[in-house]
Ligand binder design. Structure first.
Ligand SMILES: [Zn+2]
Length: 403
């Protein structure tokens, strides 16, 4: 049995990580090192040296499976199978393990936690949730169980439950979790706004700001709630605050700001604000909003010279496209060349993504607060602005990973 256990030291080499080795006590290693090694070790080592990692793991795992008595070995094996995607094998090992009557409390908790992760990976979320809830109050695995529960509630969009569990994790000093809690409150607020329950929405927006006062999404919602209440002046001031918070999102509220200014009849004031905003962040969307106002107030010739001036310092294909549009608008007939160019660039731009995730590179046309690709929160930003991302963009935060 001991000789076989020694093989555990080799597995990390094959698997490319050191996690199994850590599970062996130094006492074990010292004792084992003096023992004679079994033939499987040499065979496995040879395969490893010949870069035949999969074969090596198969041989070593087979030897380890025969060592069914040692709890540590079985836990490590189960983990290995899960990491290799062999969930059914991992589940079987962990189920057999926790059925043993000889386990101490800590080993049993560990076994239950691993089994919960097997269920999670297999998509059996109800079963995983049950096990993690059982463990969430324990001292050994409580924190990890809560983090796993948070992953489940996040995935299942059970925001109230997610907030409750996240609060328990916050107690363990994880500040990132506060940013998640803010997003969960915003999710609840969003549903409430859609259903016309504005008072409930206000409470959740306030809660979001309380845990994360840099939450742009909560600020956008707060402005929307003011506008819905007819307080357009307050709404505009709220949205303007984004330029200090994270100007990369300013372009995302330009339509909202425009609507409120129109409602107030403050169109010239809107124009002044756009010029100011453009100095804060070179966002194509803000430029186009300004262009629209100039076109409306002063005509397309003025708009064109304005755009040409901008393009000199901020050359962009979007700007070029708009310039062609303006040219065609000024003289609709006899413009075959420009029309051809317009349709060519137009089809190019259709393929362009307006938003991109800084965690996984997911590209899309709309702003998602949680990336559909990697499930990070706040990691998606517009590609239309040229603000120094490193300076202003807060990095997206991933979910807590499974152990
Ligand atoms: Zn992503």
């Amino acid at each position: 049995m001991m000789e076989v256990t020694w093989l555990m030291v080799l597995l990390p080499l094959a698997a490319g990580s050191g996690w199994i080795a850590a599970k062996l006590s130094s006492k074990h290693r010292t004792a084992l090192a003096k023992k004679e090694l079994p033939a499987a070790y040499y065979k496995g080592l040879n395969l490893l040296l010949n870069e035949q990692h999969d074969k090596a793991i198969d041989i070593l795992v087979k030897a380890l499976e025969e060592d069914s008595e040692t709890v540590e070995v079985q836990l490590a094996l189960g983990n290995l199978f899960r990491r290799r995607g062999e969930i059914a094998r991992a589940t079987r090992i962990h189920q057999n393990l926790i059925a043993r009557e000889t386990l101490d409390a800590s080993q049993r908790s560990q076994g239950l936690f691993e089994l919960g992760q097997d269920y999670f990976k297999a998509g059996l979320l109800d079963r995983a949730e049950g096990l993690f809830m059982e463990l969430s109050e324990t001292s050994d695995h409580g924190d990890n169980a809560n983090r796993s529960l948070l992953l489940i509630y996040d995935q299942e969009k059970e925001w109230e439950n997610a907030i409750q569990v996240a609060k328990r994790i916050v107690d363990s000093d994880d500040v990132t979790v506060n940013l998640l809690i803010a997003q969960y409150h915003c999710e609840i607020a969003e549903s409430a706004i859609r259903e016309g329950r504005y008072d409930a929405a206000k409470i959740h927006v306030k809660n979001a700001v309380n845990v994360d006062n840099s939450c742009v999404r909560a600020r956008i919602q707060s402005g929307r709630l003011s506008a819905l209440n007819g307080d357009h002046r307050v709404a505009i001031e709220t949205w303007k605050g984004i330029e200090d918070q994270n100007p990369g999102y300013l372009g995302d509220v330009m339509d909202l700001i425009a609507t409120s200014y129109r409602t107030l009849g403050g169109y010239p004031e809107y124009r002044n604000y756009l010029e100011h905003a453009l100095k804060r962040t070179a966002d194509v969307r803000i430029m186009f909003s300004l262009l629209e106002v100039v076109d409306e107030l002063e005509g397309s010739l003025k708009a064109e010279s304005f755009l040409v001036g901008w393009l000199r310092t901020h050359p962009t294909i979007y700007g070029l496209y708009r310039l062609i549009e303006l040219k065609i608008k000024q003289k609709p007939s006899d413009q075959e060349d420009l029309l051809l160019l317009e349709s060519m660039i137009g089809s190019l731009l259709k393929k362009d993504s307006a938003y991109i995730c800084r965690q996984c590179g997911f590209a899309g046309k709309t702003l998602h607060w949680q990336c559909p690709g990697c499930k990070s929160w706040n990691s998606i930003l517009s590609t239309q602005h040229q603000t120094t991302l490193q300076k202003y963009a807060i990095s997206g935060y991933r979910h807590i990973k499974h152990v």
